[in-house]
Design a protein around this ligand. Structure first.
Ligand SMILES: Nc1ncnc2c1ncn2[C@@H]1O[C@H](COP(=O)(O)OP(=O)(O)OP(=O)(O)O)[C@@H](O)[C@H]1O
Length: 292
């Protein structure tokens, strides 16, 4: 049973998961009990008791967390702590890894996303994803944006498609830069432009949620600043979960921050609180640079 106590803002796991790995048994210990309010008053996604396994090895332990409507939630933690693994549960991207198994309850707008009847292609449009390296299709700028709406049947006429392309590029802050060269290859754009194109491509299929896995790690500081500004603008219309190695970035862009350690969610709270008065020693050690 998992108990969420909002008064003292502590999540108590009464059932630590015991899993045999190749050489040892791992028990999610009391030290890894989540501190902070894992709930959001207006959630877009609700995750409860999430465990992830790669074969015998457990990578995520009993994580409970909400992603709020129009919030930017940052996920931070040392390399290998499971941030990306957890993020990929949110649109079932882990399904593409054969050895990977996810248990727990994960819902989007009240719908169980792991339900057998869930259309995963549709889910990944509703919960879009932007990756570390910009990955435009080897097609024109226009076609990169138009592709998703076409396969999802969101536009029946060319004029509707044009409208979606323009709106998506505008929302991604790219329209003025590319409007005169929509027919040119997307691969000819700068890295920062390509990443904003990938964000526009995600927006084009009208998602509820956008997942970002270190979206600025391949970008220079100016392109990073553009994407960070964009994240702030997008949060007016979308719920955003972002994995980042940069604590400065988490502090700049997010409303709440979740700190992961060895596959456990250690602490979650208002970003300002996490960075100025963390409650858990592990969070404090990480944000003060003692490890990670
Ligand atoms: N495809 C995979 N197969 C087996 N193990 C994996 C796979 N992907 C990740 N892992 C393991 O799961 C754990 C969590 O990895 P994950 O990539 O989610 O961490 P992370 O916090 O995102 O790390 P980083 O910050 O380095 O990207 C690690 O021990 C990693 O080795």
């Amino acid at each position: 049973m998992t108990t969420v106590t909002r008064s003292d803002q502590t999540t108590v796991m009464n059932n630590p998961v015991k899993v045999k790995s190749n050489s040892e048994s791992h028990v999610a210990s009391e030290d890894f009990k989540t501190i902070g309010d894992i709930t959001h008053p207006d959630p877009a996604m609700i995750m409860r008791g999430v465990n992830v396994f790669y074969g015998e090895k457990q990578a995520i332990f009993n994580v409970d967390l909400d992603l709020g409507q129009n919030e930017v939630l940052a996920m931070i933690g040392p390399s290998g702590c499971g941030k990306s693994t957890f993020l990929r549960c949110l649109n079932r991207m882990n399904d593409t890894i054969e050895a990977c198994r996810v248990t727990g309850e994960l819902s989007l707008e009240g719908e169980n996303i792991y339900d057998k009847k869930m259309d995963v292609v549709n889910l990944r449009a509703r919960v879009g994803m932007v990756f570390q390296k910009p990955n435009p299709f080897p097609k024109s700028i226009y076609e990169n944006i138009a592709y998703g709406p076409k396969i999802h049947g969101l536009a029946s006429r060319r004029a509707e498609l044009d409208e979606i392309v323009e709106t998506s590029l505008r929302k991604a802050g790219l329209w003025e830069e590319v409007k005169d060269r929509l027919d040119q290859p997307a691969t000819g754009m700068s890295g920062g432009q390509q990443q904003r194109l990938c964000i526009a491509r995600t927006i084009a299929v009208s998602p509820d949620v956008i997942l970002m896995d270190e979206p600025c790690s391949a970008l220079d500081p100016i392109a990073t600043a553009r994407v960070e500004e964009l994240i702030a603008e997008l949060s007016a219309n979308y719920s955003i979960a972002i994995v980042t190695h940069s604590m400065q970035q988490a502090a700049r862009v997010s409303n709440r921050t979740a700190y992961f350690h060895l596959g456990n969610l250690i602490e979650v709270g208002e970003t300002n609180d996490i960075f100025t008065k963390p409650s858990h020693k592990l969070t404090e050690d990480y944000i003060t640079g003692r490890f990670g």
